[in-house]
Design a protein around this ligand. Structure first.
Ligand code: UDP
Ligand code: MG
Length: 319
């Protein structure tokens, strides 16, 4: 019995979101199979989450799953976006899995690196993250966009984000258990995992071009993701209105005082009555903006309660 138990191989779940990737699924499966052959001491399952693909992805997934029982497929009812697809993957991987690895279906996250991830994990890392060294071709606007995004995020969010970190990650079963508890809706996986703050090791890699098809993360989708991330990790966008309000309020207040001194004490006609109206207007605008900032603070508190993110995460318990 004892020896039999020892022989049971540990299970690793590979989680792959799929959106219009029909041509990439088979190569992805083959690549994963080859990579896992290099770490024969592990069992594996390959979970594809079909995120409402409009092409034949799901049919291809079905065929692949028929051929190999280790391949599993989830079919989401419509396109929910990669972040949600990853969540579905985490929530549906086998309960006895020891670690999960997230990968893109377009082979831009080379499965051949899996053994390296596993090695770092065996050496004690709870999370093995990856850093993309350089993508050969990244549209200029996306490049600039991501630069600005990281700059703003890291200035203002509670937890810093690692620049050029990707979703290509291995997480230990402890982390899976914690992630399953999160209930927030607007999530950014990368950020959440960074927020957890487990023992993290990094692997650098160069992302190849996507194998088939087009990148589906359009600029609009990326922008939406960026905005969601900012609002889910910091109150900065809200607070800035308030600060601006204070600025406008102070300036127009000072201006108003100066104008009153000129008009009523020095009896000067330097300022026309219309200028009084304008400055008074700006003054009131400042008050309104300040009030908005104040409301923002309350909203922030409500948000914290509603998101219901765990207050803390325990890394380990002894005895
Ligand atoms: N993806 C998804 N849902 C979407 C968009 C993309 O599941 O709405 C998947 C896609 O199939 C791929 C991964 O997310 O496996 C990354 O997408 P993509 O290659 O388009 O993004 P990029 O490489 O530009 O980050
Ligand atoms: Mg890609």
């Amino acid at each position: 019995m004892e020896t039999k138990k020892k022989k049971v191989k540990k299970l690793i779940s590979l989680i792959v979101p799929v959106y219009n990737e029909e041509a990439n699924i088979l190569p992805m499966y083959e690549a994963c199979k080859n990579a896992m052959n290099d770490v024969p001491s592990y069992n594996w399952e390959l979970i594809f989450i079909n995120d409402g693909s409009k092409d034949n992805s799901f049919a291809v997934l079905n065929q692949t799953a028929l051929k190999d029982k280790r391949v599993k497929a989830l079919d989401l009812s419509r396109n929910f976006g990669k972040e949600v697809a990853l969540t579905a993957g985490i929530q549906n991987c086998s309960d006895d899995t020891e670690a999960a690895i997230f990968m893109d279906a377009d082979l831009q996250h080379p499965p051949s690196l899996i053994p390296q991830f596993i090695k770092k994990w065996e050496q004690g890392a709870d999370i093995v993250a990856s850093i993309r060294k350089s993508t050969k071709k990244k549209a200029f606007i996306k490049h600039i966009g991501s630069k600005i995004f990281y700059a703003v995020m890291n200035k203002n969010a509670d937890t810093p984000l690692t620049q050029n970190a990707t979703d290509f990650k291995l997480i230990d079963k402890k982390v899976i258990a914690v992630l399953r508890k999160f209930t927030e809706h607007n999530r950014m996986f990368r950020g959440l995992i960074d927020w957890l703050g487990y023992k993290t090791e990094y692997i650098e890699f160069i992302a190849p071009e996507r194998m088939h098809g087009e990148a589906t993360y359009s600029l609009i989708k990326l922008t939406r993701l960026a905005v969601n991330s900012m609002t889910s990790f910091s109150l900065f966008p809200l607070r800035i209105t308030g600060y601006f309000g204070i600025f406008v309020f102070s300036i127009s207040f000072i201006l108003l005082c100066i104008m009153c001194v000129f008009k009523f004490i020095l009896k000067s006609a330097m300022f026309s009555s219309i200028s009084f109206v304008i400055v008074l207007n700006t003054f009131v605008l400042g008050i309104i903006l300040m009030a908005l900032g104040l409301i923002a603070l309350y909203i922030g508190q409500i948000r914290d309660e509603v998101v219901n993110r765990p207050l803390y995460v325990i890394r380990e318990k002894i005895n």
